[in-house]
Design a protein around this ligand. Sequence first.
Ligand SMILES: [Zn+2]
Length: 408
Amino acid sequence: MKTKLIKILSAVMLCGCASKSSLPKVENTSEINQANFHFQEENAYGYYPGTAIFPARNKDYIFHVFATEPEIIYIENPNEKENKMTPYCDKAGCTHEDETCPAYIGEWTYIAFYKNKFYYTGYDENRNLFLKELDPSNNNRRIVYQWDRPANGEDSATDLIITYGNAIIRKDRWPLNIDTGEQQIVTETFLINLENGNCDLLAKDRDFQSNYSVIGGTEDKIIFTKYEIDNYMSLGDWISQGKSESSYYEEYIPPLDDHVALVSMDIKTKKEIVIAEAEDGFVRYSDIMNKIADDQLVYVKNDEIHLYDIRSEEDKIIYHLEEIRNYWIIDGKVLMLTSDKNRENLKEYIYDWQYDQMYILNNNGNTEYMDFGVDTETENGLISIVDRQWIKKTDFYNDNYDDIVTLW
Ligand SMILES: [Zn+2]
């Protein structure tokens, strides 16, 4: 009798599953294979002080650059338990205090690691903002581009991303208006060729309230979102939609502005293609990291998860999930977080587009937040920048949190 009851219950549950095509086909996480995917080969994110922890591509090394002295590059191997972090300098007796040291950076504002070289913004002795390249293997350094300091003012970099040999830098210029005594901020986004230093103005924002976030690109195109940052649904309207006050965060509220758009722009012609817009259900996330890999862009429109091929412009829906909180491309797969409207009952999904398979992860039994907050990856591991932790990919897929390495 008992067996029969279980069979009936199973049948009911199976029927329930079959009727809802959005449920994953496979839930056995041990079947997920590490892709050894050559992640983010052509897209390198710039980090600002306090977060400069980045993986060496296709290795398990992690670099750190601190914002306080000594402002030098450190290297750490999370597979080694002892003496984990050392200056990235092979000069005998070096005190790492100036540019004769291959690990020395000095005062910096943004830094990225791209094809075994470091690119960082900083100031020369006359407070001119520069983008500098450092090859730590031979300590070759050069200024890639420099802006002349404005009269009575200063430039400051506010974003850096490198994609296919081009650095894209957003910068604020703070010139003092002599007549009014006020500072008027001008925000501009530049595309700078790392090889020849050609500098191209991509966008001049109407004012500092508007924004232009570059996600990545190819040799010919860049992908970005355009949005207004001060035009969100009020807390009262948010609550009147049946949502909780605690879920009222900028990244979860669709901006009201009609011009929020996900755009692909041809670098040469400046022609823009709108991939998706807020009025069609596109949801902008303030977290732009790891939305592109292998020339594929992942984005969300309503309950649809789209994979957009940047080169061919082919756009396909890979899955349907409601209340998607965030998504990334990690290890050649799309990692997605969902929860109910009150940000409870969180679920973690992985979609492997190579095999068209969807998996649900156990998330260590945690239904409130991601137990290991994935930000980026090394060859064999995942990194949580906020928690400064590293976990082997296979352990993450198999819900084993016993061997998490705490980084510096
Ligand atoms: Zn040194």
